[in-house]
Ligand binder design. Structure first.
Ligand SMILES: *Cc1c(COP(=O)(O)O)cnc(C)c1O
Length: 402
């Protein structure tokens, strides 16, 4: 069997039509979109067409889209840009404790520059309570930033309610929608969003391109300087091939959204059902229903997620033990800890994220080999051998979920 890729929340394979379209804008239409000659004009036209596609996909206007180098830069631009532009009004920002590091570390940097940040807790499923947002807003609050769907555990946040609360209080609302755009419906009006971040490589587009949506009327300052591109909000020569690929990829993702949601949800639920039934002491992380169609995150007691990953890799299965950034470090994921998992349980976690090209046959293969791997690793684990002695202290895990 070919290798099985179950790490689509880290990145996806670039769609072949997308890659072909991009190549044309490197070798044929290679003009700089700021140039006035015909080379420049044809690049400019392609950029504006892509901008329309991106805007349409999220219910926005083309002039509300600012192209960036991806999700990380969009998060930085949204948070720093709004914080500094509104500094006279207040210095308080509200976010959640389970954000991507692009948001969390930007907020931490702002704390060092005199801003105050509230990091809201989440419940055991990873959901922010909108009442906590309401209670945290003060007359100093200028921005609320809560992600739409979590990259590790797949939990979908009640962002429509959170956005409505922010608007009622005259506070701007940003959402990191990098994991939700292209996977579930996202409409900026329906969800009461003022700013959102998108990254093309999470839905079969190229890496290194994304955008910030910024609603008309939002006050924001640029964070980099040196050109008048993107109406001075994000200077620098535009990544024309990337933008063309982004436009095509988002168009395709939206066109097949319903079909893919149904398909991946079915495979996701099969994985969850069979693995939690076939293995002892396993726990589903994240929300049972308010969850991305492609996310499975499980904790297996008595084993290390890293050993699990290596064993799966030897069987040709590529997964993740948390977020790509967290793997490789010894600290358990901040997301799993925020859900209330102990360090031990958090260390035994595995994230499998599905994509459009995964087949039922692949899922069946995972269901066949994963229990064998878990059994073998547990047989080598001293923790497992002594489990009866420690059982009373650790009621937290793991009744079979669902
Ligand atoms: C991948 C990801 C990002 C970063 O996007 P890049 O384009 O890779 O910089 C930000 N937020 C979330 C939730 C992500 O999953």
């Amino acid at each position: 069997m070919n290798k099985i890729y179950l790490d689509h929340s880290a990145t996806t394979r670039t769609d072949e039509d997308v890659a072909r379209a991009m190549l044309e804008f490197m070798t044929d239409h290679y003009g700089n979109p700021s140039s006035v000659h015909s080379f420049g004009r044809s690049a400019r036209k392609a950029v504006e067409e892509a901008r329309e596609k991106v805007a349409k996909a999220i219910g926005a206007e083309p002039n509300e889209i600012i192209f960036t180098s991806g999700g990380t830069e969009a998060d930085n631009l949204a948070i720093r840009g709004v914080a500094f532009a509104n500094r006279k009004r207040g210095n308080h920002i509200i976010t959640s404790s389970i954000e991507h590091h692009a948001v969390l570390d930007t907020c931490k940097a702002l704390e060092r520059e005199g801003f105050e940040v509230t990091y809201l807790p989440v419940d055991e499923y990873g959901r922010v309570n909108p009442d906590d947002v309401r209670n945290a807003i003060t007359d100093q609050t200028v921005l609320v930033s809560v992600m739409h769907a979590n990259n590790e555990v797949g939990t979908i946040q009640p962002i429509r309610e959170i956005g409505a609360l922010a608007r009622e209080k005259g506070v701007f609302f940003h959402s990191d929608t990098v994991q939700s755009v292209g996977k579930i419906p996202v409409d900026v009006d329906e969800l009461n969003i003022d700013l959102l971040s998108i990254s093309a490589h999470k839905f079969y587009g190229p890496k290194g391109i994304g955008c910030l949506y910024m609603r008309k009327g939002v006050r924001m300052l640029p964070i980099s300087f040196g050109g008048s591109q993107e109406r001075k909000r994000r200077p620098g020569t535009l990544n024309v091939p990337g933008i063309v690929g982004f436009g095509m990829a988002i168009d395709k993702a939206v066109a097949s959204l319903d079909e893919q949601m149904a398909y991946q949800t079915r495979l996701r639920d099969k994985l969850i059902k069979e693995l939690t039934a076939g293995i002892d002491e396993v726990k589903l992380n994240g929300h049972p229903t308010e969850r991305l169609p492609n996310n499975v995150n499980l904790s297996f007691r008595y084993i290390e997620g890293e050993s699990l990953l290596l064993s799966l890799d030897m069987k040709g299965i590529a997964a993740s033990s948390g977020s790509a950034c967290t793997s490789g470090s010894l600290d358990p994921s901040h997301v799993l800890l925020a859900l209330g998992l102990s360090h031990e349980i958090a260390h035994g976690s595995l994230r499998m994220t599905l994509g459009k090209d995964n087949t039922e046959e692949e899922i069946d293969y995972v269901i066949e080999v994963l229990p064998e791997i878990v059994e073998r690793l547990r047989a080598m684990s001293p923790l497992y051998a002594n489990r009866d002695k420690s059982k009373d202290q650790s009621k937290e895990c793991c009744s079979n979920v669902q």
